[in-house]
Design a protein around this ligand. Sequence first.
Ligand code: GRF
Length: 204
Amino acid sequence: MLTDKKLRIAVMVSGGGTNLQALIDSMKSGVIHSGEITLVISNKADAYALTRAENAGIKAVAVTRKEQGDNFEKKIIETLEENNIDLVVLAGFMCILSQDFTDRFKNRIINIHPSLIPSFCGEGFYGLRVHKAALEKGVKVTGATVHFVNEIPDGGEIIMQKAVEVMEGDTPETLSTRVLQNAEWIILPRATQLVCEKILRNEI
Ligand code: GRF
């Protein structure tokens, strides 16, 4: 029996926040109904994702290495705990989290990666670099993956994937847009709702 309890979700971002926007829109549409985004944390003070959060009435904070130095992760953990966060969603978050961090939030951090893991993932594979590698390899199908976050970059258990066709003449930019629109913005909200349900059922 699912309670009507809503988990408190924090979304961590670094850039434009189009995946965050998809999550916000999915809360409104009801795709996400077992959790509520109550906090957005960015490691970049000028990330437009923070503006998207503020426009949606969601608490938005910047936690930067520049300000925090060696206390960077400690400050993030403190902020998550002060806000009683149940689930962390990495949405275009560009920092690698330490094993201390990921162990502390085992099965409570998920990430969206713009390829079909195990292809084109791991150290150094982020943003347009992922799509550049896919085009150089000549794959005909790529896509996006939502996975649990552990100490291995893009190494955690896969939760959901969606495939996207590579088109003749694609550039990293055109492919990135198609993967965002046809995969990332669809599976991240669905996977977030699925994980909320599993947590509420004490399955993870
Ligand atoms: C994009 O490269 C996306 O594929 C990846 O993070 C980057 C920025 O996404 N997941 P966003 O627009 O900030 O959500």
